[in-house]
Each structure stands twice: as C-alpha cells, then as structure tokens.
Design a binder for this molecule. Structure first.
Ligand code: WQD
Length: 335
C-alpha cells in the first residue's frame, strides 16, 4: 500500500483529501502543527473512514524536525497543503507568510531531493492569475503580479517547484484552486474558520446561524450582471478528488512534463448575490446582508476553464453549488 504524506492534513481541504486518499486505498500520514485547526479533526477522519491516519505534530519551519520525519518514514508521495492562507493577514505579516509558506516548502523539497523521493502535489490558487484578461481562465492565462503576499507565496512556490523538478528530475503537479466551499456529507468535517471568517461562505453560514448580525457584501459596482463580484465556488469534496486524480497521474507516470499545473474549479461563475439567493433556497433561511464598499485587493471575476483538468486528470466536478451550500449549512448547524 503506497504511503502518502499530507501536510496540513487536519485543515479544511487537507482533511477532505485524507478521507478520499484512504477511500482510494492509500496509507496516509499527516503532518499538522495545529496552528490553524484542531486535533479533533483526526478523530472525525477516523470516524468517517474507519482508519486512523498516522499523525505527527511537526512545525515544518524547523528543518531538523522535517529531516527526522523523513529519516523515520518511507514516503511514496506528498500532498503539501500546510501554509498560511489569509489574504488580508498576509499583508500585515509578510515575513511570517514567507517563512512559513516558502520555508516549509523548501525543507520538504530538500528532503525529496536528498532521498530521491517523487510525486509532489502542491496546493496552489487561481489567485496567481490576478484579474485575468479573459474568462473563463485557462492554464495559458498569464501569471500576474500578485496582489497579496499570500498570492505571491503561491507564485513563488510554483517557481521553486518548477526549478526543482528541472534540476532534480522530480515530478510535481500544482493544483490552482478556485474557491473551495462546503463540507463532507457526514457533517463530521468542514471549514473551521478560527475567529471572524474572512471568506464568504463561512460568514454567510455564521450570519444565518445568528453568530454574525449581518453579512457585508463587498461592493455592488463591479462590471458584472448584478454588480457584485463573481467567483467559481467548488465543493471541497470535488476538490479533494482532484488531488487523488493528480497523485495517480504521477504514480502511474502519465504526466507529460516534470512540472504541470491545472485549474481546479467548476467552470461556472456565481456572483455574491447569486450565492446569497442560492443559500437562502438551500437553507430555507433569509440572510441579513448589506451592501458596503469594495474590499481592497478583490478582483471582479474569476472562474475556471476546466477543459485541461477534465481531460488530463480524467476528473470533473460532480456536485452543484446548491449541494455545496446545503452541506455548508448542515456543517454550520452541527457546530
Ligand atoms: C469571495 C467573494 C468577496 C466575504 C480568497 C483567496 C483564494 C482562496 C479563497 C485560500 C469576493 C466577497 C467575501 C464577505 C463578501 N484562499 N465577500 N463579504 O477573495 O475570492 O479568494 O479566498 O485558499 O486564494 O484569494 O474568497 O471568500 O474571501 O471572497 O462580499 O464577508 O465574496 O468580495 O467577491 P476570494 P472570499
């Protein structure tokens, strides 16, 4: 049974990917420093799959601890989620973001180089495109100057991986996520924003639950149909399955270049007001919101051209926006 390391495996996307890896017959070992999640997620994963993943509480910024881990664990593939990901926070703490997001990546790649390990999947983001000139966004769209430190760590991360693959014949895939939302159907794992949610869906569900008094819609003067910004909201389980598809592509040596990247979205854009309407339908709750000014750094619209991912990964989304919002609401009610 192939053993896969999942860094950040107790996080939102990481935990859903661990479940799909176990369901696909992989042996999973998780590294997570619990800085952005809770240890209880490990038990929830075990409840869902019946298999408890091996778990290590390691800070990947400590080079020696990373080395010790690889001294004691034979790994067949790595899915690297561990990173700070709050766009706004990254602007106030750039060095924390570069130390964590880039430092941990370099230490892991150095161990892969030194031990001739292979099959690396990197958690990237559509944020590398900034405001794309054409929609839907294809993989040929140019990478633009990052608008945030968070986005820059993803761009730099991809460059580091690309150069490492070239120099050391490593095989890697970067998955450029659009907007991950929703929760596992078991309602045992989901998005756990610590503090005030930065992202739209957790703020929506917390408003519906009465934890927040009202949702602020950041701007309705965008050049879109209803004036609110458009994004591609993908169910986190569909996103998790894309990681399995990418890992199998590398394990089966079906990749066409040492370094590849794929846009992972639904291919459909939804505006903030459309999401609110869909959520109200899915939850039966009416949402209290007000229109306020734009949020700094936000782009008008982003949604994926999924052709390449569909064909090369033999993967496509199966869940709808309504299903994703319904699962998010069920998860909120559970918590
Ligand atoms: C979505 C839309 C907001 C909150 C970021 C990162 C991306 C990924 C996901 C990490 C926007 C609007 C939001 C609110 C609102 N990050 N909004 N009121 O900014 O598209 O993407 O998070 O993996 O890399 O860039 O996601 O959920 O913050 O915002 O009106 O209270 O909802 O303006 O149009 P975003 P988001």
């Amino acid at each position: 049974m192939k053993k896969i390391l999942v860094t950040g495996g107790l996080g939102f996307i990481g935990s859903h990917t661990v479940v799909e890896l176990q369901n696909s017959g992989f042996d999973v070992v998780i590294i997570d420093d619990l800085s952005k999640t809770r240890i209880s997620v490990l038990d929830k994963i075990t409840e869902i799959t019946g298999k408890k993943p091996d778990y290590h509480n390691i800070d990947l910024r400590v080079k020696n601890d990373v080395k010790n881990f690889f001294d004691n664990n034979k790994i067949d593939g790595i899915i690297h989620f561990a990173a700070f990901k709050a766009v706004g926070e990254s602007m106030h703490k750039p060095l924390d973001y570069y130390e964590n997001n880039i430092g941990s990546l370099v230490y892991i790649l150095q161990e892969m180089r030194d031990r001739k390990l292979d099959n690396f999947i990197f958690s990237s983001s559509c944020t590398v495109y900034g405001q794309a000139d054409e929609l839907p966004i294809t993989e040929n769209a140019p990478v633009k100057t990052a608008e945030s430190t968070y986005g820059n760590t993803k761009q730099i991360g991809e460059e580091i991986i690309k150069e490492t693959c070239k120099a050391h014949l490593l095989n890697a895939i970067a998955l450029r996520y659009f907007n991950p939302i929703g929760a596992h159907e078991s309602v045992k794992i989901g998005e756990l924003p610590l503090g005030v949610p930065q992202n739209l869906i957790p703020f929506v569900t917390q408003t519906a639950a009465g934890i927040r008094t009202e949702l602020s819609v950041f701007g309705n003067d965008y050049p879109t149909e209803d004036g609110t910004a458009v994004r591609d909201y993908i169910h986190v389980v569909d996103l998790a399955k894309a990681h399995i598809a990418a890992l199998q592509r590398l394990i089966n040596k079906n990749n066409k270049q040492n370094f590849e990247f794929f846009n992972v979205g639904t291919g459909t854009g939804s505006s903030v007001l459309e999401v609110i309407k869909a959520f109200e339908k899915a939850s039966g709750k009416s949402l209290n919101y007000k229109i306020v000014g734009r949020r700094e750094g936000d782009i008008t619209a982003a949604y994926a051209d999924t052709t390449i991912a569909n064909t090369e990964l033999n993967w496509k989304t199966e869940k709808t926006l309504d299903e994703a919002l319904e699962s998010a609401w069920k998860w909120q009610q559970q918590n």
